[in-house]
Design a protein around this ligand. Structure first.
Ligand SMILES: Nc1ncnc2c1ncn2[C@@H]1O[C@H](COP(=O)(O)OP(=O)(O)O)[C@@H](O)[C@H]1O
Ligand SMILES: [Mg+2]
Length: 237
């Protein structure tokens, strides 16, 4: 069986510097796949290639068996891909509800967009701030809205770039449960995250990127004791 998302042989060069070197990964429906690595390893750049914001020198991205290597971000989104960014990219002057509504109206459930939004507000614990302006929110809450907005488009695969940054311990724990529930509904969750506790707790499979190369892949228990991974992190795990 092919995986829902298959990424192979991605190479990106920035002015002579190889940000990614033949990197690839798989994300399965119903699974949480972690992508970790030190700062500058190439995680966000790999997300850019996966969602079509940047092209790879060679390589291939397939989504649900469909080759989308040459498709732009909008077409990939229509085929079920959603993504959040490391820096918050909300519509700052719109309310939380309207931020979600914009995405829901682009998704396959657009006729019942208002209901999709109400469900997400409830599920993400955002009902109390539904009418607040997005740029008035604390960072942790803003990230939740961003993930909610990605979910509103009913994606089959969701790419999250450091979504727990700025969340406290309790928020992070609740967030982990949210991601698990999303995966249990069949979504493929691809998670870039610095919070190792969260990654090791909720991921089914973890990929480790260092200096643009994938140096290890496996379940959290294996990754935690992998020599190359420990060396890349200088024992920070
Ligand atoms: N637009 C860009 N132009 C030039 N270099 C970049 C650009 N984006 C990222 N890089 C470089 O590519 C490497 C990988 O960056 P990035 O993907 O942001 O890493 P990570 O998300 O793992 O921290 C870094 O060395 C970074 O400085
Ligand atoms: Mg990054």
């Amino acid at each position: 069986m092919p995986s829902l998302l298959e990424v192979d042989d991605v190479t990106v060069v920035f002015g002579g510097h190889r940000a990614l070197d033949a990197a690839g990964l798989r994300a399965e429906a119903g699974s949480i796949t972690g992508l970790i690595g030190p700062n500058g390893a190439g995680k966000s750049t790999l997300f850019d290639v996966i969602c079509g914001l940047r092209t790879s020198v060679h390589g291939r991205v397939t989504l649900g068996g469909r080759d989308v290597t040459r498709a732009g971000p909008a077409r990939r989104a229509r085929h079920g891909m959603a993504r959040t960014f490391q820096r918050l990219e909300l519509f700052g002057r719109l309310s939380v509800r309207d931020n979600l509504l914009v995405a829901a109206e682009l998704g396959p459930d657009r006729r019942r967009a208002a209901q999709v939004v109400d469900d997400i507000l409830d599920r993400f614990g955002l009902t109390a701030v539904a009418d607040a302006c997005a740029d008035e929110l604390p960072t942790g809450t803003g990230r939740l809205v961003e993930v909610g907005r990605a979910v509103a488009a009913r994606p089959s695969v969701i790419l999250l770039d450091e979504p727990a940054a700025g969340q406290d311990h309790t928020e992070t724990e609740r967030f982990g449960e949210l991601l698990r529930a999303l995966a249990d509904e069949g979504t493929a969750v691809l998670l870039v995250e610095h919070d190792m506790g969260l990654v090791m707790n909720i991921c089914d499979e973890v990929y480790v990127l260092d200096l643009g190369r994938m140096i290890a892949t496996g379940p959290p228990a294996t990754i935690r004791s992998d020599e190359a991974v420990l060396a890349a992190y200088l024992g920070d795990l």
